[in-house]
Design a protein around this ligand. Structure first.
Ligand SMILES: [Zn+2]
Length: 291
């Protein structure tokens, strides 16, 4: 077995690969050991995931979403929003969480919410700008999620690890570049909406692959209400912007089944058979290059 990123023999690899970092609340989207070799797995953890997860803005978000790290620990060293035994969570009328030491009046909560909104506007600025760490993490997740979505068979791994179509994004994720692989970033719902008033059912992230009829393939992930989209074929997002315009700006993750059938073409599904994989290869081979 060969690693999909470095092509080295990965038969003896022992680590499974978390597509979305484990410390970002992912226990579902995992690739079996060997698809990504231990060396690449380790490299990604240190050089791609870490800089993203440990950036100040994301640390605050991880604290706010109460995400545990690999050792089951919460981040507690930030003071805002406050989490801890002595603080009480209160939910305002528009579903914002407010952390206080004692019960507050409606007016006082409104004041805290205004303060919180100002603070989230500032962090959003950082989360929405083009950033090399976010971009490389998206590139890594895109390829891995593609494999996952195509049922992680040996054939799919061989295809993704060896085909020319994936070469640029493979190298970008694994070896980096001075130039950022452009991605699309926009807020589609507020941070607190993810909780729906219930932190235990909070949605930290949701992802899927979007196959466009023109042969472009996008990885879409929503984290803390921000939708990120990255193209697997090339470092441009024009095709996605066009798609959004045609679809009234609705995220592909939340379009109805009818709409999915209509706009994704037939490839918006898990690839189970050889024939389906061949069809997919054909799609890339004939239309993958954007003129
Ligand atoms: Zn490797």
């Amino acid at each position: 077995m060969k690693c999909i990123f470095c092509r080295q023999d990965s038969t003896n690899s022992v680590s499974v690969e978390h597509i979305v970092p484990n410390s970002f609340g992912n226990n579902i989207a995992i690739l079996r050991k060997g698809i990504v070799c231990d060396k690449c797995n380790n490299y990604f953890a240190r050089k791609v995931e870490q800089p993203f997860l440990e950036s100040e803005t994301v640390r605050v978000l991880r604290q706010e979403l109460e995400l545990e790290n690999k050792r089951g620990k919460l981040i507690k060293d930030y003071t805002y929003p406050r989490v801890g035994k002595e603080y009480v969570k209160q939910i305002s009328t528009d579903k914002f969480f407010v952390y206080t030491k004692e019960d507050l009046s409606e007016d006082e909560i409104a004041e805290k919410v205004a303060e919180y909104q100002k603070y989230t506007a500032e962090t959003d600025k950082v989360l929405l700008e083009q950033n090399i760490h976010t971009s490389r993490l998206l590139a890594k997740m895109a390829l891995e999620y593609f494999v996952y979505r195509c049922n992680s068979t040996d054939e799919v791994c061989e295809y993704v690890g060896a085909d020319q179509v994936f070469e640029d994004i493979r190298n970008y994720a694994r070896y980096g570049s001075r130039k950022i692989w452009t991605y699309s970033a926009r807020r589609i719902y507020s941070r607190c909406e993810a909780y729906q008033g219930d932190p235990f059912s909070a949605v930290n992230w949701e992802a899927d692959i979007l196959f466009l009829g023109n042969g472009e393939v996008y990885f879409i992930i929503v984290m803390f209400g921000i939708e990120y989209a990255i193209c697997i074929n090339h470092p441009m997002v024009d095709g996605y912007k066009d798609w959004l315009e045609k679809n009234k700006g609705i995220s592909p993750l939340y379009t109805s089944i009818e709409r999915i059938k209509d706009s994704y073409n037939e490839y918006a599904k898990t690839i189970y058979s050889k024939a389906e994989l061949n069809e997919l290869k054909q799609l890339f081979a004939t239309k993958g290059e954007r003129k």
